[in-house]
Design a protein around this ligand. Structure first.
Ligand code: NAD
Length: 297
């Protein structure tokens, strides 16, 4: 018989991930503070509960996909949270992008309470969550990874168990998002400058797609968002900013100066303050475009 699954955080990523688990025949108990997310989960066959505590009490595997380390901390550590209320032996899997220390702390706390824990951040965006093609970067004990393997296979395509350290996946994920920060601004600057000189964005995209300037982020940001003039996130500027700050802290601890990375934190903070925080990160293009007169052709 399949384990009962719990999923806390049914947002842009968590909802499609939980839907894929429902479609695979699992019973999934879910909770999100947003009622619309809960309604969508119920419409797909999910069993909605009213607290994280209730989800923890019902499930054998408890998954989280939450926005920030602060929210994860609260959902895990409060008296009404997962750690205090999970059944003995339960497997906790955190898909959220958090600071590495949080993974290490929860691993230890979980262990002391007779629970098991994996830090398992993901990459691949909402499309990857919908199509079950996510890359999953997992840190934690081998036998716990094996317990979660059937779940990882349902929601992801490239599944990496990266070692016994619970935070190793997060460290790699933050390096990935540091690059996403570079590329997103590079795409914005390149397209705005091209337009300013009279080069159509479509032409530029076609030529650069066959040149070294191409990147997965160019493909994503341009084709899915900028070309359609749709900046519903996706991956919001605020979440990218959160990850860049986490990468900045990680670099400070490692003693590595991030020459451009430091500037990116200030830049995305500015873009967020301008009002693009809840837009998709590709709105970096809009922010730059506002600062210059772009010729229309
Ligand atoms: P999101 O904001 O769309 O979803 C987060 C969900 O958590 C929301 O539905 C929110 O209502 C819910 N929530 C907030 N506080 C809660 C609480 N106390 N209890 C229960 N639910 C609560 O964010 P997302 O884009 O789905 O990202 C989730 C995590 O995955 C983040 O850590 C993000 O950095 C990471 N991530 C996102 C993407 C992406 O493309 N969106 C890709 C990879 C990783």
């Amino acid at each position: 018989m399949k384990e009962k699954l719990g999923f806390i955080g049914l947002g842009n990523m968590g909802l499609p991930m939980s839907i894929n688990l429902l479609r695979a025949g699992y019973e999934v108990y879910g909770f999100d503070t947003n009622t619309q997310a809960m309604e969508q989960f119920i419409a797909q066959g999910g069993i909605a509960l009213t607290t994280a505590k209730a989800v923890a009490q019902c499930s054998e595997v408890i998954m989280t996909s939450l926005p920030t380390p602060q929210v994860v901390e609260q959902v895990y550590s409060s008296p009404e949270g997962i750690l205090q209320n999970a059944k003995q032996g339960s497997l906790l899997i955190d898909f959220s992008t958090v600071n590495p220390e949080l993974n290490d702390t929860f691993f230890q706390k979980a262990k002391s309470l007779g629970l098991r824990y994996l830090g398992a951040p993901v990459s691949g965006g909402v499309i990857g969550a919908v199509n079950a093609t996510l890359t999953i970067m997992i840190g934690g004990e081998e036998r716990d990874f094996q317990s979660g393997a059937s779940i990882f296979k349902i929601i992801g395509k490239n599944i990496y168990h990266l070692g016994a350290s619970p935070s190793v996946g997060t460290r790699i994920k933050l390096l990935n998002n540091l690059m996403i920060g570079f590329y997103t601004q590079a795409v914005a600057e390149t397209i705005v400058l091209g337009e300013k000189m009279g080069i159509a964005a479509d032409t530029l995209y076609e030529v650069l797609s066959n040149s070294y300037g191409q990147s997965r982020i160019y493909e994503r940001n341009y084709l899915e968002y900028m070309k359609n003039e749709n900046y519903e996130p996706g991956f919001s500027t605020n979440l990218l900013l959160k990850d860049l700050r986490l990468a900045q802290n990680m670099a400070a601890e490692a003693g590595v100066p991030l020459r451009i990375g430091e500037q990116l934190v200030n830049l995305y903070n500015e873009i967020s303050v301008e009002g693009y925080g809840e837009h998709d990160m590709s709105a970096a293009y809009l922010s730059l475009k506002e600062k210059c007169t772009v010729k229309q052709f």
